[in-house]
Design a protein around this ligand. Structure first.
Ligand SMILES: Nc1ncnc2c1ncn2[C@@H]1O[C@H](COP(=O)(O)OP(=O)(O)OP(=O)(O)O)[C@@H](O)[C@H]1O
Ligand SMILES: [Mg+2]
Length: 283
């Protein structure tokens, strides 16, 4: 069974005037089909306003489809009786760590989610310890979240989601407000999690470098899925990506420029190591 699947998914926001009267509809997601297997690492790319967050918010039933269907762990998100199960299956991490941290002490914050799920106290403490350990923040358990760096706060937010033991974690630009070090911290944490806990990871990002290890990539534009494939397949299509106002990783761009100048390099080089090896094979 798929972890996340949508069929002809449509979502429309209401447009309102100053008095709050509905003046029309804005279709933010328009006929989206996605299919994500358990344990997959999936990236979603797209220019600002292309519908990524709107799509993501369907994955834990923050939004309910205007049309079509979204299933999470086989459960239809528009069925009110499934809301609890859907929310338990898929946890969300958002862009701004400050809006996600509610506790005054790190461990209290991480325990909040499982407590809400009705997990017994003893089990909560075990989960808090495990999840803080898995994001490398255990030594900060009694600290105040206010004093942490952006990257550390985001790791605590991720620990809070892990403590709920979801099978799937959806991260909506979790590194957008972080400096390069914070970004690396968070991405490393996500990768470590995948390796150790086999959770499904859905990552929305504007940073192409964060995408190269994904199993599959979806590209959105104006509410549609316009490209879908492996990172290699997607980043081989530099011109197509430009059409959707997206870049490719720096190494890919460098290899592409060298190709244009006549070097016989393969398309879709994603890592420095790959480029070095390809260059060494030229004669
Ligand atoms: N709460 C809302 N009410 C009305 N329209 C909205 C709302 N949220 C988003 N939209 C509109 O829906 C469309 C898709 O927005 P969405 O936030 O899903 O895009 P996005 O790809 O996540 O963009 P970004 O990269 O800037 O985060 C945009 O046209 C946006 O203006
Ligand atoms: Mg967004």
């Amino acid at each position: 069974m798929d972890m996340v699947r949508s069929e002809k998914l449509i979502f429309e926001y209401e447009k309102r005037d100053e008095e709050g009267n509905v003046t029309g509809m804005n279709r933010a997601v328009d006929g989206v089909d996605i299919q994500i297997a358990p344990g997959d690492f999936v990236a979603i790319l797209g220019h600002n306003g292309s519908g990524k967050s709107t799509l993501a918010k369907h994955m834990n039933a923050i939004l309910i489809p205007t049309g079509g269907t979204m299933w999470v762990n086989g459960r239809d998100t528009k069925d009110p009786a499934e809301l609890w199960n859907v929310r338990q299956s898929a946890g969300m991490v958002f862009q701004n760590p400050d809006n996600q941290i509610i506790g005054t002490v790190v461990e209290e914050d991480v325990g909040f989610g499982p407590e809400n799920l009705g997990v017994p106290t003893e089990e909560i403490w075990k989960r808090v310890e495990d999840s803080l350990k898995s994001v490398g923040m255990l030594e900060y358990r009694t600290n105040s979240p206010n004093k942490l760096s952006g990257g550390q706060k985001q790791r605590v937010a991720i620990a809070g989601v892990i403590a709920m033991e979801p099978e799937c974690i959806v991260l909506d630009e979790p590194t957008a407000m972080l400096d390069p070090n914070g970004r690396k911290e968070v991405i490393r944490t996500i990768q470590e999690l995948r390796r150790r806990k086999k959770v499904t990871v859905i990552l929305i990002t504007h940073y192409m470098e964060e995408v190269i290890d994904a199993d599959q990539v979806y590209v959105m534009d104006s509410g549609h899925i316009v490209m879908h494939g492996t990172p290699k397949e997607i980043f081989s299509q530099v011109e197509e990506l430009k059409k959707y106002r997206l870049d490719v990783p720096q190494v890919t761009m460098l290899a592409e420029e060298l190709r244009k100048r006549g070097l016989k390099l393969p398309k879709g080089i994603l890592r420095t190591q790959e480029l070095v090896e390809a260059l060494c094979q030229l004669n």
